[in-house]
Design a protein around this ligand. Structure first.
Ligand SMILES: Nc1ncnc2c1ncn2[C@@H]1O[C@H](COP(=O)(O)OP(=O)(O)OP(=O)(O)O)[C@@H](O)[C@H]1O
Length: 334
């Protein structure tokens, strides 16, 4: 039966009130609810992030999306197909990034693409994939001889070998150095730009902020925030901060007096306090303007001014009341 052509505006992935409990590992043990209530919709052509700390339920969620795991409750639809009832259709349309342990040390990049490609009805052109993932020069290289970044790029190539409409990439940059991480981010954008919808699992806040068009933040098996990274950050309550550095202690003392007086009289400025050899001024979104105006009027010029960046980490702290901690090597129970 031909696959019905989905409406171009319909969500590519729909997850509604997903629930998954793992049975107790041994007799007398307790079952573990990995996903309690997770809902989200992924639009065609976006990089959609699933962000959260260790043990939040991210991998379990995407395993239910790809059909690798059966959910206990809720609904999952991928291009309109139920992965539980119709795993074959979902497998044809969803590419899952493989963990590197799944490849033999001696297999070459080209051979791996051939072997994995043979599983699919529609196959991507290996030369195009190698070019997209910047692996053309490594076609005949054995897996064990590849660098960490090259192995990750190969794992992305293998996820794309069946010409999927959706690629699931899980903890893609764990263990990579900063340069390899940035290169991998560029590639994920190239994959999205080639028309593939990307479902990206990550515990890196900076990665989610830099790459994702939209995302859900998951904690303890529940969605605690969702939206675009910028909307989530802009929605943060609380003060913004500015740090100022001056040439010497005398200049700093003079500026501190000016800025403390500013905090007393201006509702947009909450406080001006010394932090190390800097002054931190907090207040509303108008705080920077007020500080600059005050200093300029007194002809005081700081050596350095920087606004304190607000990040997705601040969003996590606000919605959970906890600091965001991840351990790349250890899985922590949620
Ligand atoms: N096969 C399993 N059997 C029992 N418990 C499991 C199983 N897989 C995962 N869990 C538990 O379910 C919870 C969620 O795990 P999951 O791997 O989905 O989280 P995650 O957010 O992907 O974490 P991480 O970032 O550490 O990979 C964790 O407490 C984990 O220990």
């Amino acid at each position: 039966m031909a696959t019905p052509q989905p409406d171009a505006d319909a969500p590519v992935v729909e997850v509604g009130h997903l629930r998954k409990t793992y049975p107790a590992a041994r007799r007398g043990g307790v079952p573990k609810t990995a996903v309690t209530d997770v809902s989200f919709q992924v639009a065609r052509g976006e990089i959609f992030g699933i962000l959260g700390p260790n043990g939040a339920g991210k991998t379990t969620t995407v395993e239910c999306v790809s059909g690798l795991r059966h959910a206990d409750g809720g609904t999952v639809r991928v291009l309109g197909h139920d992965p539980q009832a119709d795993p074959t259709s979902v497998r044809e349309h969803v590419g899952v990034q493989l963990q590197e342990a799944a490849l033999h040390d001696k297999i070459t990049v080209g051979e791996a693409l051939d072997v994995f490609g043979s599983f699919y009805t529609h196959r991507a052109d290996p030369a195009e994939l190698l070019d997209l993932l910047d692996l053309t020069a490594h076609r005949d290289q054995q897996f064990a001889k590849l660098s960490g970044g090259q192995k990750q790029r190969l794992s992305i190539a293998l996820a794309l070998v069946g010409k999927p409409q959706v690629a699931i990439l899980d903890e893609l940059t764990t263990g990579l150095d900063p340069a390899a991480r940035r290169a991998t981010w560029d590639l994920v954008e190239k994959v999205r730009d080639s028309g593939v919808t990307v479902l990206l699992v990550t515990h890196f806040m900076d990665e989610a902020e830099r790459l994702c068009d939209r995302l859900v933040v998951i904690d303890g098996g529940r969605v605690v925030a969702q939206g675009t990274p910028s909307a989530l950050i802009e929605g943060l309550e609380g003060d913004r901060g500015v740090r100022l550095r001056f040439a010497d202690a005398g200049a700093r003392a003079g500026a501190t007096a000016l800025l403390t007086a500013l905090a007393d009289r201006d509702d947009d400025v909450t406080a001006a306090v010394p932090v190390g050899d800097e002054i931190e001024v907090t207040g509303t979104h108008k705080v920077l303007f007020a500080v600059v105006q005050t200093l300029a009027a007194a002809d005081v010029v700081p050596d350095d001014v920087r606004t304190l960046e607000r990040t997705l980490e601040d969003v996590f702290v606000q919605v959970t009341g906890r600091a965001y901690r991840v351990d790349e090597n250890e899985e922590v129970a949620a």
